[in-house]
Design a protein around this ligand. Structure first.
Ligand code: MN
Length: 262
């Protein structure tokens, strides 16, 4: 039976994690490796400067004093009895839409699985959403992923709207704008301090985006590519190599330095 690695960023005791593990239970041998504490918005952080501790919670459930990416690394690179066939991250408490995927620990866990060559999916549930509904969606998506896999360097980002979903829409990532950039206050000692993320986010919801889909009451499915290279721009930058090389070589300040190839 294929191993399914389940993780999250809300921590090993989160209700969404249990809901996801339960939803996938008969699709494979589900193993849970999750952060011992909430790690939301931790991004793609890896713990490299201290040892990781793995505590057994119960059979095939483990808590790690690290990030979601740490959990996936542990799972895929040797802690599990074999390589997982799928990494499923979630069910996150709250959406991971648009640009937020770059901050999200939930999505980063799926990024890590993808980088390690395992088909990976992140599932998030909007505020006031129904975990049972999100579990049903996760199960349908995972069933298909276990058969079809995903293209290289591609993860699937799933957001489930509140209530009963009207259906499923494949959608691109939207773009978020925060109206208030920074909130500044003064502490009791007269020093300024700042909140980011304090303002209400303004959502552009153009047709075809993940935000529009969930706004309309649909589940959004977004394939996210980890190759951040902009290939069209790259092709148009060919002359940068020659021009900047010539300028660099002409710089008199570096003429006494040996080049790497000398
Ligand atoms: Mn979270």
């Amino acid at each position: 039976m294929a191993i399914i690695l389940v993780t999250n960023d809300d921590g090993v005791h989160a209700a969404g994690l249990a809901a996801l593990a339960a939803a996938l239970e008969d699709l494979g041998e589900v193993w849970v490796i999750a952060p011992e504490r909430e790690q939301s918005a931790c991004g793609h952080a890896l713990t490299l400067h201290r040892p990781l501790k793995v505590d057994r919670v119960r059979e095939r459930w483990f808590a790690v004093n690290g990030t979601p990416s740490d959990c996936v690394n542990l799972g895929v690179l040797g802690f599990l009895p074999e390589r997982p066939a799928l990494v499923a991250s979630g069910i996150n408490h709250g959406s991971n839409l648009a640009d937020d995927v770059t901050y999200s620990g939930t999505v980063s866990a799926a990024m890590e699985g993808t980088l390690l060559g395992v088909p990976s999916v992140a599932i998030s549930l909007l505020a006031d959403g129904d975990l049972a509904e999100a579990g049903r969606v996760a199960r349908l998506v995972a069933t298909r992923l276990l058969v079809e896999g995903l293209p290289r360097q591609t993860l699937l980002n799933v957001n489930v709207p509140p209530g009963v979903a009207k259906g499923v829409r494949v959608a691109r990532l939207g773009h978020r704008v925060y109206e208030e950039k920074i909130v500044e206050h003064t502490d009791p000692r007269g020093r300024a301090f700042y909140w980011i993320g304090g303002g209400e986010p303004q959502w552009h919801e153009p047709e075809g985006t993940d935000m529009a889909a969930v706004h309309d009451g649909y589940v959004s499915l977004t394939p996210v590519h980890l190759d951040l290279t902009h290939h069209r721009v790259l092709a148009g930058m060919a002359d940068w190599s020659t021009t900047l090389t010539a300028q660099l070589l002409r710089d008199p300040a570096r003429k006494h330095r040996r080049s790497a190839t000398e």
